[in-house]
Design a protein around this ligand. Structure first.
Ligand code: 5GP
Length: 117
């Protein structure tokens, strides 16, 4: 298990973050470099480096990411205008922090999913 990422420290309140939701299973906090008016990171409280590392017994906790995302979207008034949920895995997706996290982005039109190269 990797206990060294920034997100481990945020969950354990060892470093400061703007936490807007936390329960036994999930923590959600504002992204430090927001790419949209609403940009929240939603993470399981257990350390999982990437999607490749997800185990079957973790399906329940990862399902909770969606219910928390919907709750936060509603609280921010973007549930009807719409929002995007993104999970990056490894280099080609641009994953920077190797602690499984879901991006919740909204508050403006987000454009195409993938920028043509
Ligand atoms: P990734 O590219 O790994 O999917 O996304 C990592 C995200 O974490 C980025 O959007 C980045 O802005 C955010 N981030 C990196 N360091 C910190 C930090 O110390 N605090 C917070 N709140 N967000 C961070």
């Amino acid at each position: 298990m990797n206990n060294d990422t920034i997100f481990d420290k945020i969950i354990q309140h060892k470093i400061t973050a703007d936490i807007l939701y936390q329960d036994k299973f999930i923590t959600a906090f504002h992204d430090i470099h927001p790419k949209a008016p609403v940009h929240v990171l939603i993470v399981p409280n257990i350390s999982i480096p990437t999607v490749n590392d997800v185990k079957i017994h973790q399906e329940f906790i990862l399902g909770k990411l969606f219910t928390v995302a919907a709750k936060i979207a509603k609280k921010n008034g973007i549930h009807e205008s719409g929002y995007r949920l993104i999970v990056n895995c490894n280099h080609h997706a641009g994953q920077e922090i190797f602690y499984f996290h879901m991006h919740l982005l909204g508050g403006r039109f987000l454009g195409p999913l993938i920028v043509p190269v």
